[in-house]
Write a protein that binds this ligand. Sequence first.
Ligand code: SAM
Length: 278
Amino acid sequence: MDDRAPAKDSAVGDAAGHAAAARAVWSAGDYATVGDWFADASRSVLDGVDLDGRTVLDVATGTGAVAIEAARRGASVTGVDITPELLAVARQRATVAEVEVTFVEGSFTDLSEHRGFDLVTSSFGVMLAAEPEFVARELAAAARRGGGVVAVVAWAPGGAFGSPPPAVVDLLGDQPPVDLTRWAVPESTAEFFASTTAEITEHRRNTIDIPFPSVDHIVTELAARCGPWMALLARLDDTGQAGLARDLLAQHFEAFAEPTAGGVTLQVGYAVTQLTTA
Ligand SMILES: C[S@@+](CC[C@H](N)C(=O)[O-])C[C@H]1O[C@@H](n2cnc3c(N)ncnc32)[C@H](O)[C@@H]1O
């Protein structure tokens, strides 16, 4: 096992094509608002970590919630993301927060320019990877050897946001979406890192409560602001099934919604997993 030299993987395939597709999805809508709904869950990747004087690489940083918090707590931080539009928001937010973060465009399929970090984080980021073993090798290689930490956050299995409900997946036919819960399961995460020296040293589950005026608003907001959900509904629109999918999604979210004075609170499960290199 060797964290230093991840093999270039033919499974990554048409990197330019994948990058263009990812950018198109994530620059659509209004991720800055969507990410703010669960920014506390994103930032929880840093809970209990001493950051002062440390180096941090935040992978798939988006609008910078984790990167900016790490810098605020004294770390020297680089944030990498594939979507320039989100990096522009991240830079503005870092300026407002009066912290310095180096934000650079790049993919989690190639972190070769980023090595030797004390902490490598990815909140709701690498869970999107189509080739998780390859990306796990990149994360481990970016962390310093002998005690570098990789920490990932992903949606919990069986929760509100991990994957569309099975009835919606059925509508999608032979092109199911990536399961966003794999990195929240210790067994599958350990398998992703099996060819590296990184081993799981901590795993914790939690929920975040997100307020909405009603369950219907959850669907409406996701359909208007969240790029991946917009793309999924657009695919189903082509076959006249978007209305049915929206109804099925409302039923799905109903199971996780608690009534409140102002509407509902959506309870969304997620997990934080930390690994440490040898
Ligand atoms: C759900 S957002 C998470 C953003 C941020 N970490 C947070 O917690 O708010 C997913 C992010 O992954 C980024 N992304 C998608 N594919 C990527 C890739 N191949 N390499 C790097 N970033 C990628 C998107 O641009 C988006 O910013």
